[in-house]
Design a protein around this ligand. Sequence first.
Ligand SMILES: [Zn+2]
Length: 238
Amino acid sequence: MPLFGRSLVPTTSYGYQAPPDVIVIGWHCPGVECGRAEDIPPRRWPTWCDSCGTAVDPRFADPWAHYARRLELDFIITSQGTDSATRQMMMVESDVWYYKDALLRRDLASAYAARRGLRSTTARIVQADPYFVPRTGYFLVVWHAIESGDLDGAADELLAWHPTVVTHDVDRNNATRTTARQFTDSCVQFLEDTNGSRHPAGRQVYAAMLNVAGQIRGVLTSRNQQAIARVVGSRQYG
Ligand SMILES: [Zn+2]
């Protein structure tokens, strides 16, 4: 028992009220330009940030973290004070959330719809902001897809991602360099997955990986190079 008895976890700044049996794993400060986070749960509520004095939000274990994130994303997207770069990022994350949520419920039709939703969101953002590099959405969806065994989804996303990967300025541009590296890493993750390696799109993903790797040879990290060499060395696709 906590020293001061059980205190109900407060409603978060973005409107999530956790049930009494929630597991709290730390706190996060929602203060503007603060964002401090700690991994130790406070001993009592409310608790104030020792950097800026704002009342802090609890951080939860799953599945509560997943439910809370939905409300937090909606809150950030609809808040007037949210800058456009953050709103773009949160809109992408929002669609990724719907995808992950559908996978958790093993609802493949909704998972597919969420991936289509993310494509539309990305197209809208790119139309409004030509400098936007679509990376995080593809990367996260591929990651969740492989984790939960939606290999059709992972292959589809990788092959849709491939033509958007820009490689001509990777020496000077951190965003395109990171994207291209993440793309080859994601292909490796797919190709080294037991089910990915047997997937009918395996050869296409392999070709896409080699295509991008060949164009960014000079900026591949040694970890990138080793991962690609492992896949090539397996002689499963060549
Ligand atoms: Zn703070």
